[in-house]
Each structure stands twice: as structure tokens, then as C-alpha cells.
Design a binder for this molecule. Structure first.
Ligand SMILES: Cc1cc2nc3c(=O)[nH]c(=O)nc-3n(C[C@H](O)[C@H](O)[C@H](O)COP(=O)(O)OP(=O)(O)OC[C@H]3O[C@@H](n4cnc5c(N)ncnc54)[C@H](O)[C@@H]3O)c2cc1C
Length: 508
């Protein structure tokens, strides 16, 4: 007897996104969250990277924008202790939307609920076991211990994941000794913000906008809102802090004094957080019926990328779990989650670890490295490349047929399409998170082959300008599973299309 088809442990952003996407895949979901009520801890200040495209592809972008606390800021991001400015690019790959994490979680919880997920709060998973058909969690609630059983369980329970420990997933990597403190405070009367965004402080003098390095650590001043000062410090400390333990203004003031050597007057805080940085990734994302996603699977030693990675883990996994639960998953489908998202995690570790090396050095060689990067990052090509890496849009999953067509494994471009009922777009066709076969050449052979899958795959004959392929098969997570080259012969296109349909969407 099962309680749900899938149990999601943790109602953070990753778990709630997974529950919402599982709802689209018609999966009965139970979310177990140890906290009795939603967390108000001010962690991420917003969303950035490819997840913004993905939300648009789900038709959710406007709803998220309506909840956003401000207009989209200019695409300028801290990177390795520098500011990288993408504003000069015509189409910056890295964008951000201000949406404080408690608001984001509220929105995702609403969405998951609308799609049928049950969220039980005050329920802590303390034990796990699995067999060939089910996985059982031991749960501690207000009325003691009980068990819940499902076909699959996904640990979305954050950096200190209990699921990861209980299931014995190794989590190798590094914890860095610096403590980072981040705050937004109002500008007190004794501080004047100058035109170039430096500040003039009575009794202290001028403090420069941007990053200042001292032998005691790093300090940064910056904010997109002229009424607020954004403050950041990073210093090596032996103390261990829990990310959920609130930081105080006094603690921030002491840290600024240690790093910068001055007493900065601070106004009222609107945000105060402290965190340590880790570079860790599990060696595998799946063990039988137990899977991991989000911070439970990976931790990155630089800001602004973790939510994107975790939310896209969920989008990648949900439809595959749906296929497994509904009994049509081809052999190996669930393992592609590990192949693809471990690769994505490795790419994110690559640039976030590089940032540690670039940011931490205090000698002349390190200064030279930073200066060199600053020079390189004004040119369009390296800037675009870095932006795509940060946004997670440069990732090409290593799918079968990868060498045959450059689109295979990439995020589907948002083509404008003319179909029999009018004009649409790839983004619009992905709202329901169903697989889509786009026949872009009107070829009868390709539509005929796909017809056997029409219960599972939406088939559209469409025209588009500058057609990139004769046909493309798009998975529910908006990645291209297969593509036929323009004017490719039926001898190769038809068998490859059939293999792709079997390989991803099973026996019709
Ligand atoms: C100060 C700070 C600033 C940050 N800023 C950014 C940023 O600007 N951009 C960005 O992308 N990321 C940022 N992050 C990181 C981001 O907050 C995390 O990546 C994100 O919260 C991960 O989401 P998650 O759902 O995977 O895990 P979590 O948010 O940690 O959620 C895990 C959930 O699981 C629950 N749980 C844990 N154990 C159990 C159990 N045994 N049983 C049941 N439930 C359990 C927890 O209570 C929690 O609700 C920041 C983090 C911090 C601390």
C-alpha cells in the first residue's frame, strides 16, 4: 500500500518546483517538510539564469514578475570579486529577477498545491529504506513517528541533507574557511552617496563603490537602490555558523571594522545574512528509488547560481519520474537525470571554483589575474561565454546522436511557428510540459513515423523562418532529444527518429 507515487523531502525551492512539475506530469506527490511553517530566512534575493527562460516556457514568467519586488535590474553581477557588466551585450545570457526566497517559496507552494501536491509541514524524515518496488520514509511529526511509502523519494532537503546521509551518498569536496556577510541597510544621515556611487562618511572619509581588498578580507559596497547601502564582507574565521541562525547589525559592524578598519554608520537593515561557501557534489544523483536534487546534491562556492541549478534539476527530473511512475519509462531514462544534471553541476562548479581562486589571492600574481580577467571581460566573445556559463545555458547534454546535429542536447530555441491554427512559438507549446515533435519541413515520412506515439507526444507540422532542422523532438524539460538535418535523407532520418521516440518515450 503506497501513500503517494513520489515523496519529496523538503519544501524549499527545489522540492516545491519538483512538486509543481510532477503535478504537470500527473504524478501524485507528497511533500514532507520538517519546519512547521514556511521559512522567512532571507537567503537568495532572486532568480537568475536559465530558469527565467524555463518559467517563460511554462507560461509562468508573468506570474513571477508580478510577485517580483522590483524591475529586472541591469545585468551586472559579482564574479570572482569583480563586477561583470553584461549590459553592452545585445542579448545578455545572464539575467536576474528580484524575488526574495520566502516569496519565491510561497509562489512555488501555491503552484504545487494548484497542481495537486500535498504539502505536510512539521514532518521530519529520520529514516529510509527501499526495496525493488517502493521506498519507505520514517517520519517524525508532532504525534510521534510514522511511516510513509512511495514508488520514489527525492531528497530536496538542502545542504545538510538527511536523505543524502541516510542513503549513504558520498558528498566530497571542500568547505572554505571564509564567512561571508551580506546586508542591505538604509543610508544613515552621516553618509552621503556620491554620483559615482562611492560614499562620503562623516569622520571616516570616502569609501569606494565595488570591491575593496585588505589583508583581513574583502569588503564590497553596492546597491541597485539609491536609498539603500548594499554591504558585503568576507573574512576567514574559525567559528562555525548555521546559515539559519540570524545575523545581527552588531555582528556586521564588527566584521566591517575588522576587514576595512573603520566604523561604518549603518542604518536600518532590510536584509542581513551570513553564509559559508562549499564546493561539493554527490558522486551520483540516484540510488535505486532514492534521488537527490538541489543543494542536497551540490553546493557552489559563489553566489547567484544555486537556485538556478536546483530548480532546473527538478524540471529535468520530474517528467522522467512521471514516465517511471506511469510505467512507460524506457530502460535507463531515470539514469539520464544523473548523467545530465551531474554534468551541469560540474560546469557550475568549474566557474564557481575558478571564482574562489580569482577572488581569494592577495599577492601581486592574484592582482594580475584579476586585472587580466577584467580586460578580457570587456570583449563581447569572452563576456558572452562567461554569461552563458553562469546562466547554465551553455550546457549541452550528451545525448545519443549528439554528433549528428548541433541542436541535440541543447535547450530548444524559442522559434516563432506557423501552425494550422495560427502563429505560436516553442515557448507556448511547452506550457503543458509534454514532449513535442515539430515537423518543420512538412515531410510526410517524419509525421507518419511519429503517429504511433501521438498519445504521448504532441505532433505539430509547422513553418518557421530559417528552419534550423527538418524536424525536432523536444522533451518536456525543453531540451532537444533529436533533430533531422535540413534535407536529410529518409534512410537516416526516419530510423533515427524512431530510435529517439523509443529511447525517450518508450513503446507506444
Ligand atoms: C544567505 C544566503 C544567500 C543566498 N543567496 C543566493 C542567491 O542570491 N542566489 C542563489 O541562487 N542562491 C542563493 N543562496 C542559496 C539558496 O538559498 C539555496 O541554493 C536554496 O535554498 C536551495 O534550495 P533547496 O530547496 O535545494 O534547499 P533548501 O532551501 O535548503 O530547502 C531544504 C528544505 O528541506 C527541509 N528539510 C531539511 N531536512 C529535512 C528532513 N529531514 N525532513 C524534512 N524536511 C527537511 C528544510 O527545512 C528546508 O525547508 C543563498 C543562500 C544563503 C544561505
Amino acid at each position: 500500500m503506497i501513500d503517494a507515487e513520489v515523496i519529496v523531502v523538503g519544501a524549499g525551492p527545489t522540492g516545491l518546483m519538483l512538486a509543481a512539475e510532477l503535478g504537470l506530469a500527473d504524478v501524485q506527490v507528497l511533500v514532507l517538510e520538517r519546519l512547521p511553517s514556511p521559512s522567512e530566512t532571507p537567503k537568495a534575493g532572486g532568480l537568475s539564469g536559465q530558469i527565467l527562460d524555463l518559467l517563460r516556457y511554462r507560461g509562468l514568467l508573468e506570474r513571477f514578475e508580478a510577485a517580483s519586488t522590483g524591475p529586472r535590474p541591469a545585468p551586472r553581477f559579482p564574479w570572482g570579486g569583480m563586477h561583470v557588466d553584461f549590459t553592452q551585450l545585445a542579448d545578455p545570457p545572464m539575467q536576474a529577477m528580484p524575488l526574495p526566497q520566502p516569496l519565491l517559496e510561497r509562489l512555488l507552494a501555491e503552484l504545487a498545491g494548484e497542481r495537486g501536491a500535498e504539502i505536510r509541514r512539521g514532518q521530519e524524515v529520520v529514516g529510509l529504506s527501499q526495496d525493488d518496488a517502493t521506498v519507505t520514509a520514517e517520519v517524525r511529526g508532532s504525534d510521534g513517528l510514522h511511516q510513509v511509502t512511495a514508488h520514489y523519494l527525492v531528497g530536496c532537503d538542502g545542504a545538510s541533507s538527511r536523505v543524502r546521509d541516510l542513503a549513504g551518498f558520498p558528498f566530497p569536496g571542500t568547505t572554505y574557511p571564509e564567512v561571508q556577510r551580506l546586508a542591505l541597510v538604509t543610508v544613515p544621515d552621516s553618509v552621503t552617496v556620491l554620483e559615482n556611487r562611492d560614499i562620503e562618511v562623516e569622520g571616516v572619509g570616502r569609501v569606494a563603490f565595488g570591491f575593496t581588498r585588505t589583508e583581513h578580507g574583502e569588503f564590497a559596497l553596492g546597491s541597485t537602490n539609491p536609498a539603500l547601502m548594499g554591504l558585503y564582507t568576507s573574512e576567514e574565521e574559525s567559528a562555525h555558523y548555521d546559515d539559519d541562525e540570524p545575523m545581527t547589525v552588531a555582528e556586521l559592524r564588527d566584521s566591517i571594522r575588522r576587514v576595512l578598519g573603520v566604523d561604518l554608520p549603518l542604518g536600518e537593515p532590510t536584509r542581513l545574512t551570513r553564509f559559508t561557501l562549499h564546493a561539493r557534489q554527490v558522486e551520483r544523483y540516484r540510488d535505486g528509488r532514492i534521488l537527490l536534487a538541489g543543494d542536497a546534491a551540490h553546493l557552489f562556492p559563489a553566489p547567484g547560481v544555486a537556485l538556478n541549478a536546483g530548480l532546473i534539476d527538478s524540471v529535468n527530473l520530474a517528467w522522467k519520474l512521471g514516465a517511471a511512475v506511469h510505467g512507460w519509462a524506457p530502460a535507463g531514462l531515470l539514469d539520464t537525470y544523473d548523467d545530465e544534471r551531474r554534468l551541469a553541476g560540474e560546469r557550475t562548479l568549474l566557474h564557481t571554483r575558478a571564482q574562489v581562486a580569482i577572488r581569494r589571492g592577495h599577492d601581486q600574481a592574484a592582482e594580475a589575474l584579476r586585472e587580466l580577467f577584467q580586460e578580457l571581460l570587456v570583449d563581447e566573445q569572452p563576456l558572452s561565454r562567461l554569461g552563458a556559463l553562469m546562466a547554465g545555458t551553455d550546457i549541452r547534454y550528451p545525448l545519443a546522436g549528439h554528433d549528428h546535429n548541433a541542436l541535440i542536447g541543447t535547450f530548444a530555441p524559442d522559434l516563432t511557428l506557423r501552425i494550422d491554427r495560427g502563429t505560436t512559438s516553442v515557448a507556448e507549446l511547452m506550457h503543458a510540459a509534454r514532449p513535442v515533435l515539430l515537423n518543420l519541413s512538412g515531410r510526410v515520412d517524419l509525421s507518419e513515423t511519429a503517429r504511433d506515439w501521438d498519445q504521448r507526444v504532441d505532433i505539430h507540422t509547422a513553418e518557421t523562418d530559417d528552419r534550423p532542422a527538418d524536424a525536432v523532438l523536444i522533451r518536456p524539460d525543453a531540451h532537444i532529444a533529436w533533430a533531422a538535418n535540413v534535407d536529410e535523407s529518409a534512410d537516416t532520418a526516419v530510423p533515427a527518429q524512431r530510435d529517439a521516440l523509443f529511447g525517450w518515450f518508450g513503446t507506444p
